[in-house]
Unconditional design. Structure first.
Length: 293
């Protein structure tokens, strides 16, 4: 039998972690937000404040709902502060060694019935679960970015994940007003298994000179009815994250069709990671984005 999740700990106060915290709080769930740097927690809380204010301005929330949601979110300076949580979601950087270290340090501080989840977009749930003391109570809960806007959440079971853990996670996502889909534990799961190779192919199309940045994005927006061109989307996701997912696919499936495009590698090596660094396939430093190629 699953558990009713009333208090959630979130590790990582960046774009994903703060977004998860926001939707949990709006849904009436108490949240403890942790990051290794106090300044990042403060920045995450400021982002949440701004997002909630925009929701009030758009009449998606009233002022009392905004205030109640904000009061449900508290900073957590250390993992020990998360000991009373029903569920802890890791939303740290997309690096397996970092995640495994977080889980091995975190788990001894949690209650025996607490569930542990990762927001990874591509890394094996089974391998990450092996770094915990509770693989049967471990699951992948992959929110889409931006979390407050996107409806889908992927649930990914590791080989040891129990039915009760899955049912608890499924009920939790429903409580947030979102839709869950279940994926088997294969590299990049469903969404990124399909999406990232498309983005990588768009980068190859640019790399080979088939079309310019503007031509490729326009073609897919107007020719395939995509709301955002693939190169614009890559900048939004973060080119480092795109490269990380493609590397997981390439190494995990051993198929040359998943080889990361050399141009993607070059942009990441240059530190041109997209919107977050103000340069990627577009230059965001001016009033309007300008293609960089």
């Amino acid at each position: 039998m699953g558990i009713d999740i009333k208090r959630v700990g979130i590790i990582g106060a960046g774009q994903m972690g703060s977004g998860i915290a926001q939707v949990c709080a709006v849904a009436g769930i108490d949240v403890l937000l942790n990051d290794r740097e106090a300044s990042r927690i403060e920045s995450g809380l400021a982002t949440i404040d701004g997002n909630l204010a925009r929701q009030v301005a758009k009449a998606h929330l009233d002022e009392s709902q905004r205030r109640d949601a904000r009061e449900r979110i508290a900073p957590a300076a250390s993992f020990s502060d998360l000991g009373a949580c029903d569920l802890v979601i890791e939303a740290a950087t997309e690096d397996e060694a970092t995640k495994r270290q977080i889980f091995s340090t975190l788990c001894p501080m949690l209650g025996p019935d607490a569930l542990v989840a990762t927001n990874t977009s591509s890394i094996s749930i089974t391998r990450l679960a092996a770094a915990t003391d509770r693989p049967e109570r471990f699951i992948g809960i992959h929110f889409m970015n931006p979390v407050p806007v996107m409806q889908l959440v992927e649930l990914i079971r590791g080989i040891a994940t129990e039915d009760a853990t899955y049912e608890s996670a499924k009920a939790f996502i429903a409580k947030l007003g979102k839709t869950s889909t279940m994926s088997e534990d294969f590299p990049a799961f469903i969404v990124n298994r399909i999406l990232l190779p498309m983005i990588n192919e768009a980068i190859y199309t640019l790399y080979e000179g088939v079309g310019s940045v503007e031509a490729i994005d326009t073609a897919m927006r107007l020719g395939a009815n995509h709301p955002m061109g693939p190169l614009q989307l890559a900048d939004f996701i973060g080119l480092d994250t795109c490269l990380s997912v493609m590397q997981v696919l390439y190494e995990g499936l051993a198929d040359s069709k998943y080889r990361p495009c050399p141009l993607l590698v070059k942009y990441v090596e240059a530190g041109w990671l997209g919107r977050k660094t103000k340069r990627g396939f577009y230059d965001y430093r001016g009033e309007h984005p300008v293609p960089t190629r």
